[in-house]
Design a protein around this ligand. Structure first.
Ligand code: ATP
Length: 263
């Protein structure tokens, strides 16, 4: 497998860490091109730090971070991101929020004005893929939390990123909406062939969505277990009720419990 994201022996200490303790230490992880990876671990273990390192928002004190064959030395332009809080700008329509990254990321920035119709078409096609056909003219505050999160996935994908980083994107949603969004995410991954790294506290979410799951230790975070998910795709929510699925979730839970005890 050719790694698309290769985090090699990384130790990172925040400049402002009061105790001087690293957030992550000897962190090693490889995610293949087009793979869907999930990162799970106890609270504060460095999952968000890992995301920041992979996207060039932080640089490691030791070790290397390679994305798409290049060492990360600046914010990674080929990445899209979505977080727990969709943070849409309330004065822009949903469609204009989705188009926002194009005003920043080249080559789209220079093309946007002349090719606006093409980009609007793309945004509308993404809205359709996440079940929001015809909702683009609404303001974010006219949408439910689940709809806003769907729109934020469109915004993360509008510039056709090769890497999509998802930090607890479904954490604030009720369990039915969350499961609906899992299916949206599953279908987007299948359609866009993008490499995805999902940080989550939800072990069922990781087991349903990912090809590969990494369990992190308590701070300073490192990978204590790596699990390939054996379920064939396309996956249906029904698999989450099978004994094999429960067994996998139980095994992951064991790794996290051990990591918490070690803290
Ligand atoms: N900017 C910062 N300056 C100093 N310390 C930080 C900074 N950001 C994070 N930390 C510390 O680094 C450690 C790892 O934080 P991080 O946010 O990566 O963990 P996490 O696993 O994402 O947490 P959670 O599961 O609670 O969201 C924590 O102890 C945190 O307090």
């Amino acid at each position: 497998m050719k790694p698309f994201v290769d985090i090699h022996d990384v130790t990172h200490v925040y400049a402002r860490a009061e105790d001087g303790l690293p957030a992550v230490r000897n962190l090693n992880l490889k995610v293949g091109e087009g793979e869907f990876a999930a990162i799970v671990g106890p609270s504060g273990c460095g999952k968000s730090t890992l995301m920041k390192l992979a996207t060039g928002l932080q640089f490691p004190r030791e070790g290397t971070v390679i994305v798409d064959g290049k060492q990360v030395g600046a914010p990674v332009k080929l990445a899209g991101m979505a977080f727990q809080n969709p943070t849409m700008l309330p004065w822009r329509t949903t469609l204009d929020n989705i188009l926002l990254p194009l005003e920043i990321v080249e080559p789209h920035r220079s093309r946007l004005r002349r090719h606006k119709a093409e980009y609007v078409g793309k945004a509308e096609s993404l809205l359709a893929q996440v079940g929001l056909t015809g909702q683009g003219h609404k303001f974010p505050w006219q949408l439910s939390g689940g709809m806003q999160q769907r729109a934020s996935l469109c915004r993360a994908l509008i510039h056709e990123p090769k890497l999509l980083m998802l930090d607890e994107p479904f954490g604030a949603l009720d369990s039915f909406t969350r499961e609906e969004l899992w299916c949206v995410m599953r279908d987007l991954h299948a359609a866009q062939k993008v490499t995805i790294i999902l940080v989550t506290h939800d072990l069922r979410e990781a087991a349903f969505l990912a090809d590969r799951i990494f369990c992190m230790s308590a701070r300073p975070g490192r990978i204590v277990a790596e699990k390939e998910v054996p379920f064939p795709r396309p996956r249906d929510l029904e698999i989450t009720y099978t004994p094999e699925f429960s067994e996998l979730v139980h095994e992951l839970r064991g790794h996290i419990a051990k990591a918490r005890q070690a803290a």
